[in-house]
Design a protein around this ligand. Structure first.
Ligand SMILES: NC(=O)c1ccc[n+]([C@@H]2O[C@H](COP(=O)([O-])OP(=O)(O)OC[C@H]3O[C@@H](n4cnc5c(N)ncnc54)[C@H](OP(=O)(O)O)[C@@H]3O)[C@@H](O)[C@H]2O)c1
Length: 342
């Protein structure tokens, strides 16, 4: 193995200053248990193994994905490959005791301590490699939350800390309490609000960016257009404004340059979308490790293939205006995102 490449040829990247080294593309595991319709568990397990063969080492889950089911699903894989992978999970999205159908955001110390124990048990590991605060509860000072997370590092329950969907200011305040290894936020050809202040802060502090939904939840691949007509009744994407009604059709038309570049390069639109995200690293001066989600071996091969695709300057220019033309927000309720607080 060379110094900066895995056996498969995927580049390796250091996740933040002093963080772990990981393959330059990670794997989002959420859809294997939650929110994106029915799953073939055997194929999903085979996808985890294939990803590792290809040099993917960062595996992403959260306690809320399938109410703990996704962490349990990952446990045998984590046990079999404990020293080869970097296992990331998250806390903060709990159930409202007054109405169990509603989610609440909690960032308080007693809740964090309860969550970490539950995640460790479900994952079947002694230590979580990367522990993220999934969403920000504005009623708890971020310094207090990160202070409680730092205790977990001291106690050996967690190795590295991460945050998701925080603003640049929140990231700075958190990093002053304890080094933050990674910021996980939505970043894709369709979602670029993170560039306003979080990306510059991360670059300045040496925090890595872990873009989630880099394929625009699959929309950028052309796999679906009208979520409300094409996806199953329980699919979360049916509630996302940009994938329904007139927005969906208008947004699908924005994919023309993506398709054109893909054709010209013998690539797929999804690979072009991933290449665009990867190329933000040199543009913004920070480590970027996207975590596209898939449950299928053929797609992990396709997605990892994108790590070798470098877009030209003129191709990047063609893609530049897309995000500014997208119709509809990325969530029905944006108050829970960093953009909602900026
Ligand atoms: N921090 C947060 O708040 C947050 C929010 C959302 C997600 N995440 C994390 O980020 C990960 C990735 O995000 P995401 O899953 O929402 O969105 P994504 O990676 O943009 O897209 C995933 C969707 O695209 C499909 N897909 C993947 N590769 C494809 C290909 N080559 N061709 C066609 N379709 C393809 C997948 O279907 P198949 O699975 O059927 O292949 C799935 O429906 C999640 O798994 C999760 O770990 C974090």
């Amino acid at each position: 193995m060379s110094d900066n490449k895995s056996d498969s040829g995927i580049e390796k990247v250091r996740l933040g200053v002093g963080g772990p080294e990981v393959g330059s593309q990670g794997l989002g595991c959420m859809g294997m248990s939650a929110w994106y319709g029915p799953t073939d568990a055997d194929e999903a397990r085979a996808t985890l193994e294939r990803a590792l063969e290809l040099g993917v080492t960062l595996y992403d889950t959260a306690d809320v994905y399938g109410d703990g089911e996704n962490e349990k699903f990952l446990a045998p894989f984590a046990k079999a490959h404990r020293d080869e992978i970097v296992l990331a999970t998250k806390f903060a999205l709990g159930v409202d005791p007054a109405d169990p159908t509603r989610r609440v955001i909690r960032n308080d110390r007693p809740y964090i301590r309860q969550c970490v124990e539950a995640s460790l048990q479900r994952l079947g590991v002694d230590e979580i490699d990367l522990y993220y605060m999934h969403r920000r509860d504005v009623n708890v000072p971020i310094e207090e939350t990160v202070g409680a997370m730092a205790e977990l590092v001291t106690e050996g329950k967690v190795k590295y800390l991460g945050l998701s969907e925080v603003t640049g200011g929140e990231l700075r305040a958190a990093h002053a309490v304890h080094p933050i290894t990674a910021l996980q936020s939505e970043w894709s050809l369709f979602s670029r609000d993170v560039e306003a202040n979080a990306v510059p802060a991360a670059a300045e502090l040496g925090v890595a960016l872990v873009p989630y939904s880099p394929l625009g939840r699959g929309f950028l691949t052309g796999a679906f257009v009208h979520a409300d007509q094409e996806l199953t009744a329980d699919d979360f994407r049916r509630r996302q404004p940009r994938f329904t009604g007139d927005n969906a059709a208008a947004n699908a038309a924005l994919l023309e340059p993506v398709k054109k570049i893909a054709e010209g390069r013998g690539a797929t639109p999804g690979q072009v979308a991933l290449a665009w995200v990867q190329q933000q690293a040199p543009l913004h001066g920070l480590a970027v490790v996207p975590i596209p989600g898939t449950r299928r071996r053929t797609r992990i091969e396709e997605n990892v293939g994108a790590t070798h695709l470098i877009l030209t300057e003129s191709e990047m220019r063609l893609l530049e205006p897309i995000a500014g033309r997208v119709s509809g927000d990325r969530y029905a309720d944006m108050t829970f995102t960093s953009a909602g607080r900026a």
